[in-house]
Design a binder for this molecule. Structure first.
Ligand SMILES: *Cc1c(COP(=O)(O)O)cnc(C)c1O
Length: 371
């Protein structure tokens, strides 16, 4: 050994090959951070006060968040045992995947979809099976059903799909579930459910799919519409015995009392929640329509973000960067979150300025683009 490199503990090779998690850049003071689908609004009324009143730092929280489970159970008409709370729904995804899939097992999901999925599957030691999206950027549930093997243990369905935006319809989901073996867990990830306006979209809680199909679990979060991303709280609703598997793999006491109190206070302000969600929806629909008008092939946008498919990424991403707008770049497109009111015009201006420099294959409707 000639180098002074210290000897480090051995790490599982598949873990060592992973890039460590790095958060996107923060926006500078003048700019907008539109890269993490966060909510631009302050917490709902009463949330900060409730958190202050309840603050305890020296005691552990209630391990099962029983007050929040009771409130959610009441809201959705299920027993508290049919609700499981986690430190964000990413924690819930990790718990369920670990509970059902290990080495040799397959976890199936659409691709491109939520960027956390591949890492969670890999950490569990299982194998990812990625089924390409349809040309309209929605889930290809027929192809996904056809990709189920006797090794499939878990299927992730993301509606609306992050980062592309389209929903899965209720009819598509029902037909899909009917084709999947009853002993394969289906996680319906509805992180953006509150922003959905398409009446045909699946709503796992309204449809109560988990009653007829105990292998379906619905995941929701307080991070997006409720604006509590910083406090880490999400929930799963499904068959109590299926949820028990996730409870068994959870890191105990990771949902803080602060998060539970904030979620409870938020649930008490449904009207205010609806008002700001409506505002974000209006901004989203206006932005998506304007982007399409200038030639971007924006798919159906049903979350709090829009997807700009592009392979000329460098120039496009740089244009946003130069303007102080932080967006999320993927190899095949940019995802832009719906943020502050003033950010919408700015995003549109940049998107308009880069269209002429794109190859015709990139901008969706080249005929309508003025050159
Ligand atoms: C944001 C998001 C989540 C949840 O995030 P948490 O903050 O961990 O609750 C889950 N699934 C998808 C698809 C998301 O985009």
């Amino acid at each position: 050994m000639t180098s002074n490199e210290p000897v480090l503990p051995r790490v599982r090779p598949e873990i060592a090959a992973l890039p460590p998690y790095r958060q996107g850049r923060q926006a500078d003071d003048a700019g907008f951070k539109l890269s993490s689908n966060e909510n631009p609004f302050e917490p709902l009324p009463g949330v900060i006060e409730a958190v202050h009143r309840a603050a305890t730092f020296n005691r552990y929280p209630d391990a099962t968040a029983s007050r929040l489970r009771a409130a959610l159970g009441e809201r959705y008409g299920v027993e508290p045992e049919g609700v499981h709370v986690g430190a964000g729904s990413v924690a819930l995804l990790a718990q369920f995947i670990q509970a059902v899939a290990g080495p040799g097992d397959e976890v199936l999901y659409a691709w491109r979809s939520f960027e956390a999925y591949p890492g969670l599957v890999l950490v569990a030691g299982a194998t990812s099976v990625q089924v390409p999206l349809r040309p309209d950027s929605g889930h290809d549930l027929d192809a996904m059903a056809a990709a189920v093997t006797d090794r499939t243990r878990c299927i992730l369905v993301c509606s609306p799909n992050n980062p592309t935006g389209p929903i899965v319809t209720a009819a598509e989901f029902e037909a899909f579930v009917a084709r999947v073996p009853a002993d394969v867990l289906i996680l319906l990830d509805e992180a953006y459910a509150e922003f959905v306006t398409d009446p045909d979209a699946v709503d796992g809680l309204a449809a109560r799919v988990f009653e007829a199909h105990p292998n379906v679990v619905v995941l929701r979060t307080f991070s997006k519409a409720y604006g509590l991303a910083g406090l880490r709280v999400g929930y799963a609703i499904g068959h109590p015995r299926v949820l028990d598997a996730a409870r068994s793999t959870a890191i105990p006491l990771s949902v803080t009392a602060t998060a539970e109190v904030a979620a409870l206070a938020s649930l008490a302000h449904e009207a205010e929640l609806r008002a700001r969600v409506e505002e974000i929806i209006a901004r989203r629909d206006a932005l998506a329509a304007a982007l399409r008008e200038i030639g971007w092939d924006v798919p159906e946008a049903q979350g709090n973000f829009v997807w700009l498919p592009t392979h000329d990424l460098e120039g496009v991403a740089r244009a946003f960067d130069d303007a102080g707008i932080v967006v999320r770049a993927f190899p095949d497109g940019l995802r832009i979150s719906i943020g502050e009111h003033e950010s919408v015009e700015k995003v549109l201006g940049i998107a308009r300025s880069v269209v002429p420099s794109l190859s015709p294959a990139v901008a969706g409707a080249p005929d309508s683009v003025e050159r």
